[in-house]
Design a binder for this molecule. Structure first.
Ligand SMILES: Cc1cc2nc3c(=O)[nH]c(=O)nc-3n(C[C@H](O)[C@H](O)[C@H](O)COP(=O)(O)OP(=O)(O)OC[C@H]3O[C@@H](n4cnc5c(N)ncnc54)[C@H](O)[C@@H]3O)c2cc1C
Length: 299
């Protein structure tokens, strides 16, 4: 198949038919037709400028909230992790980071500088880009509460500065100007104490390890919590803890997690998601909505 980009002056890494199972925390997913990891921001902009106008495009962070179907993605994946990784202090309490920076690194860097507000990011195994796209949150903290401004880029490589009020932001939901992706963000933090911030991170990580199956491949919580309730409580109430389809299983430790027990396919996981939704709806009348994003085609 002909590549859908034209330039030969690019410095990033292009792979064809790259298995996306290598890039998702569930460890499942078919291949991407093209997989590009830019060398840096300038290289990314050049790549976008040379891309076919109708090429389907998908932005990938650490793949920790993503179900890629077994048939793969017939378009171009842009991987941000390991490349868009600049992190700088702008003023004493303002942190600038590109979207490929891991959430854990942001939390640790802030704590080391004695700054508070992003400790909750420590246990979220994604990138800043994913956290912006999902409004990732935990233990009462939420990504967009800390955002002062973001840079976005469109498919033609045009960069824009945008303010939070240009986005619709909710619980695990962010909607912004059509056809723009995040490039970087500036976060506002509050001055605190190094030891207190590091202690808080340790406490939150311990709490996570005690309640979540952090050692098995998953994508974290599969379903959003319905208003005033918890998806995990409803799934447990419906007697679905431990339910298996193929290699996919509803976690015994946390019912809102589906784990890959070793050889799961994306199809196993998707069928289990649908079965959980069916049974919970039947037994409680509540329709669980997925938090995890799905892309690609069924095999
Ligand atoms: C063990 C475990 C625990 C978790 N705990 C939590 C938790 O406590 N709280 C929580 O909120 N989430 C949690 N998650 C889910 C996940 O880590 C977060 O949603 C995270 O923010 C996803 O980031 P990512 O880089 O992996 O995004 P990906 O999974 O790579 O992508 C997710 C979505 O973001 C989009 N995206 C990625 N980068 C960009 C960009 N630069 N511009 C525009 N869109 C982009 C993708 O296109 C996709 O639609 C957990 C996951 C796991 C595996």
């Amino acid at each position: 198949m002909m590549p859908a980009f034209k330039q030969d002056n690019l410095r990033g890494e292009m792979r064809f038919d790259e298995p996306l199972s290598r890039h998702t925390t569930w460890r499942v997913g078919g291949p991407a037709k093209q997989f590009y990891r830019p060398a840096d921001r300038a290289d990314l902009l050049r790549f976008l400028q040379g891309l076919d106008r109708d090429e389907p495009l998908f932005w990938l962070g650490l793949g920790s909230n993503l179900l890629v179907r077994d048939g793969g993605f017939k378009g171009t994946v842009i991987a941000t992790q390991g490349c868009l990784h600049r992190l700088q202090w702008r003023e004493a309490n303002r942190l600038f980071a590109e979207v490929g920076v891991a959430c854990a690194k942001i939390a640790r860097s802030a704590a080391r500088a004695g700054l508070c507000g992003v400790e909750f990011l420590a246990g979220i195994p994604g990138t800043l880009g994913g956290a912006l796209a999902m409004n990732a949150g935990a233990f009462g903290g939420e990504t967009w509460r800390q955002v002062l401004r973001v840079e976005t880029v469109d498919r033609y490589g045009q960069v824009r500065n945008r303010l939070p009020d240009e986005f619709e932001i909710g619980y695990r939901h962010v909607a912004g100007p059509e056809g723009e992706w995040f490039l970087s963000a500036e976060l506002a933090l509050t001055v605190g104490d190094v030891e207190a911030a590091q202690r808080e991170i340790k406490r939150l990580l311990e709490q996570r390890a005690a309640t979540q199956p952090t050692r098995q491949p998953s994508c974290g919580s599969v379903f959003r919590n319905p208003p005033g309730d918890h998806a995990a409580r409803l799934i447990e109430l419906a007697g679905l803890k431990g339910l298996r389809i193929g290699g996919a299983q509803v976690s015994e430790k946390h019912a809102n997690f589906i784990i890959n027990t070793g050889q799961a396919s994306a199809e196993d996981i998707e069928q289990l998601i649908e079965e959980v939704q069916r049974v919970v709806q039947l037994q409680t009348g509540i329709c669980l909505v997925t938090e995890v994003h799905r892309i690609g085609e069924r095999a």
